[in-house]
Design a protein around this ligand. Structure first.
Ligand SMILES: NC(=O)c1ccc[n+]([C@@H]2O[C@H](COP(=O)([O-])OP(=O)(O)OC[C@H]3O[C@@H](n4cnc5c(N)ncnc54)[C@H](OP(=O)(O)O)[C@@H]3O)[C@@H](O)[C@H]2O)c1
Length: 255
């Protein structure tokens, strides 16, 4: 039995991955944005090992979530799944919401939580349209013109950086396909089950093909991704920018 933490597990792929892992006998700690969503999800997944609450559009709440998660000890796997496609109209934070939820939350949680044995980051094939020029990232953040594609490329860059730096951890990225969730919309053409199977497999399987690091998967197969994500200079620049914005350095020697 493995212990797994999944962000954004109140709905969509995070919920379905949590449900599948619980049904297979694993211990899953779930996560919701607020108490109301936590109550809702606990009713849906009564056999979960607990629910943590944090709004990932609030950097202080992300840091507090990492501390809460650490009180539960080390996880075997963490799935960084929570994400948004566009900003909410009522968002009032100083930094672009897309960047905070999709890019900064995975960075902060990874930097502050006890390293698990496996890390999985949810990206998208839309990362292919992301801007890999880290020289302009601060300007994009300041001018609030970060795109969803940029943030999904950040997830891939982060994942590739950590796989290089933390040799003891299996670190991989997943493109779940365009699937019919709240984010994907009802008409999404890809297979919903296949949209969460890869994360579940990477989290718990001892199959040789799942015990790897630094890979980008689509439907359990290695897939084409934007090569600049592999460049050390780009990875280091991204980590430096995240450190400057959050005040939290990346713990290079942790993994
Ligand atoms: N669906 C697709 O076609 C598709 C394609 C490529 C990549 N992806 C990626 O797959 C991941 C999961 O997507 P999905 O389709 O399952 O999306 P979804 O159905 O919209 O679910 C997203 C989850 O993240 C949570 N979340 C969003 N903002 C949050 C915040 N500020 N604080 C806490 N939790 C928050 C949501 O909470 P609430 O339920 O409370 O809103 C929800 O549980 C995302 O990273 C997405 O980028 C999805």
């Amino acid at each position: 039995m493995a212990r797994i933490f999944i962000t954004g597990s109140a709905d969509g792929l995070g919920f379905l991955a949590a449900k599948a892992l619980i049904q297979s006998g694993h211990e899953v700690v779930i996560h919701a944005r607020n108490e109301a969503r936590a109550t809702h999800i606990t009713a849906q997944l009564p056999q979960s090992a607990g629910v943590l609450v944090a709004d990932l559009s609030n950097p202080d709440a992300i840091k507090a979530l990492a501390m809460q998660a650490n009180t539960l000890g080390q996880f075997d796997a963490v799935i960084h799944n929570a994400g948004i496609y566009k900003s909410n109209a009522n968002y009032t934070g100083n930094l672009p919401e897309l960047f905070v939820v999709n890019s900064m939350a995975p960075y902060l949680l990874t930097a502050l939580m006890h390293p698990p044995k496996r890390l999985i980051y949810l990206s998208s094939d839309m990362h292919l349209q992301g801007n890999a020029d880290m020289g302009h990232l601060i300007d994009k953040i300041n001018n609030n013109n970060i795109t969803y594609s940029d943030t999904k490329l950040h997830d891939l860059i982060l994942s590739m950086a950590i796989s290089r730096l933390w040799k003891q951890v299996y670190v991989n990225t997943v493109n779940p396909g365009w699937v019919p969730t709240k984010m994907g919309g009802q008409g999404a053409p890809d297979n919903l089950e296949k949209g969460y199977e890869t994360q579940v497999w990477l989290a718990v399987s001892n199959n040789r093909e799942a015990c790897v690091s630094g890979q980008y998967f689509y439907h359990q197969k290695k897939a084409h991704y934007l090569q600049p994500a592999n460049e050390i200079a780009i990875q280091e620049k991204f980590l430096t920018i995240c450190k400057e914005i959050t005040g939290i350095p990346f713990p290079y020697t942790n993994g």
